[in-house]
Design a protein. Sequence first.
Lengths: 280, 280
Amino acid sequence: MSTASVPAIESAVVARHTRSYGLAHADWLKLWKRRGLFWTIFAMTVGAEIVAYGVLAILHAANPAHHGPAGGISNLGHGMFILNLLGAVAATVVGASAGSGDLSAGVFRELVVTGRSRLALFAARVPGGLAFLLPFTAVAFAIAAVVSATANGFLPAPSVTLMVESGLWVLAEAAFYFIVSLGLASLTGSRAYTIGILLAWRLILSRILMSISFLGVFREVVPDVHFTRLVPAGVAETLREGPHVPTSLGASIAVLLIWLAVWLAVWLAIGAWRTATRDA
Amino acid sequence: MPRGVAFGYLGPNGAGKTTLIRMLLGLTAAYGGTMTIRGLPVPKRRSEALSRVGAIVDEPRFHGHLTGRENLGVVAAARGRESFGRIQPSLERVGLAQRADERVRAYSMGMRQRLGIARCLLSDPELLILDEPMNGLDPAGILEFRHLIRSLVAEGRTVMLSSHLLDEVEKTCDYVAIVDRGEIVTQGPIDEMRGVDQPRVLIGVVDQLETAKELLEAVTGVVDVRIEEGLLQLALADFDLIPELNERLVGAGFAVRRLEPVQASLEQRFLAITSRLEDA
């Protein structure tokens, strides 16, 4: 290396490090650089799918007569079932981190004193967090889709339409729980409380609500009911093998979509309001 | 507050120093009155007013898992595109360019303070508001920080330094205001606040204090003579009278053992004012 080229390389490095970007990118960066968070989300999404399909493939290879192939439509459903459980938890963790990260680090006030609107600071967390979360979810689903389509053996392979619908469903569910968690974390200012509250809601309270039959159609307010109703038909049966979720309480798909939109709007509004009004 | 000076903002604990700063910066809500920064009303035009303001409230806070440069990038993203071009010059200015790509959690307190100043410089500030910026710094760090503030003032920037370290304010600032119970009690140039507009001198003679007092009272330009703790304390019209006083005493046969101009300190003035307020 010539001595003359060193300053040029240094200035190129500096130029790369100081390239301008927006608030959403900054929010993505804060999440991306958390090594613990990165590997946790990786394990809950991509890692879980690799382990699940790896085990299925090993079992099939070891005893094909007793264990079917790792692929096929039903195993696509199993892969989605894993993402339904762990992916939603991952979305909750990312949302809680995105919503409370600046506050817990004490950096929120440093951002407020820039004069930037607090609503803009809150709004940037949505694309920033989704840009961090959804690639993990997408890669995890891609693993499920590829294995289901290529390692199906004698089982029927999922159609392209089913895979696209299933992929969108998985991404939508992850985005939904991310936004709910983001709004709650912006309200509480605490990552731990947010994760605890949402896990308690999803794993315990919502199950209890859904099993109380005299609540009737009011059980439609529980998001798990909406997502169970909206799951693509080809994988619906497999996904419903898990905890009991009522599949039809009477509301139309349009009403379910409106309920989901209301959930999102309420939590975004709560998060925005608290971000705009809290002492920094 | 005059422009282009280091402005010390003093007050006893609970006087309202930090509260005022937090309201000015939009960190907490104000419920009455009017405020302006750079001639612009806040919070009505907060964004515009703060666009050329840098601030450190208490200790500067950062995302520990990000590097110094990335932390500045996060704030530059909030400030706007042109701030990214100031990241490298700001790091060089505070002497952190070589350590900028290390994670902030590895930084010392002094390095964090300097990074806080670098963050302030991203806005090319007309006004820097520093609340207790020297807390936690060792003597070398305090000296370095003082020089940094003076160099910023030399560039025509205004620095507002809120501190309970009277000695530091005295050494660093040109103007000072004393606040108590939310109101500014007095303010002015630091020399005026110290009381150096009234030159004073302490004189010690071996004996015959009363005779020496009578002799000195007859000198033109001597405003007041008192005997305190075995010394003559004189208020003068001008410090240039001191050689003449010495000549008079020696000529009259007095053995002069001490002759010392009195450097009134800001601390004395501050304590005098605040204790007077407490007595009121």
